[in-house]
Design a protein around this ligand. Sequence first.
Ligand code: HSE
Length: 402
Amino acid sequence: MIKVAIMGHGTVGSGVYEVFQMNADKIARALGEPVEVKYVLDLRDFSQLSYADKFVKDFTVLENDPEISVVAEVMGGVGAAFEFTKRLLCAGKSVCTSNKELVAMHGEELLAIAREHNVGYMFEASVGGGIPLIRPMLQCLAGNEIVEICGILNGTTNYILTQMIHSGVSFEDALRQAQENGYAEKDPTADVEGHDACRKICILSDIAFGDKFDPEEVECEGITKITLRDVAAADKLGCAIKLIGRAVRCDDGTAYAFVAPHLVPKSNLLASVEDVFNAVMIDGNATGDVMFYGKGAGKLATASAVVADMMDCAFHKDRRRQIFWGDGSQHLLRPLDTFESRWYVRFSGAKSDLEAFLPVDSVTDRGDEVVAVTRRCATAELRRRLALLAEKGTIANAMRML
Ligand code: HSE
């Protein structure tokens, strides 16, 4: 019997318990022995649950129990979760997590501790929820130099944008629905301001490029400025608006990484990724584009990835997976100033002013405002021109085009 524990009984934690019960036979067949969830660590009262006897409030119970070999950390945050993870790894227990904030901020340190103690620290659920993505990157794509990662990495914002695009639902109502469905973070600011997607593009970049990409240094813009007018203007241009996380490798081994809303042409597969679904396009220098698609958030989808990691750790307990990246000292993150894109600009002011200040490719005068698409332009140059244009009218929105 393999004995495991779960730290945190929120959306994902309760899902991990449920997946272990729902698929107990399958999991036992795969591992050659059954798995028992011995403890669930949570300070709240769950005495009404049929498995209330599993709940403990004292972390040291897990830490000191030699029977526990693998623990799910699904508490979130970088406070207690960080401390407990370190202590569990030092106690010789593998830890599997959905906690992207912790992996993005301290992944390299936790992986080093895991390595030192010959245990696993795995985080498939931290990016893309139930989509197999981390393991394929680490293993199946290992022979590639990653050229580009481009994806929809946040289910909540994709759900909100889909509701705005197809049903004209307001931003607030769509966010409420996403929260009710268990997609959103505890504080949904992390979703709508792009911080969650930023942590995820950092984790993917860490893996792809081999050194830490610090979420606090990666440029990040969310979806709060997008209005139904932008949605309609994008539609007229044959595009859908999507929050995109991108990382693009340069020839010298540095990489651009950022999160921002983009106008995505409807011919691009990412434009048709809707609701809570995520999709990530990875361009390997040997494979070309490979696309990963599935539910990027939600209880059972995310739990399935945590459970799979726990099974992996249990199965490979004497041959831990070799996962590591550097501490950021290579400074691989390249400033966006020189990154070139085409831009969509919605402007209240004279068409002639817009044409004078921006390298315009197409421009449509809609009466009360002008919508333009620029030629490719470096970010710093485009921003300099937008600042000049802002003196002539109001820039309602400006977004990159994919
Ligand atoms: N809040 C996150 C999202 C959960 O909406 O994608 C999954 O990481």
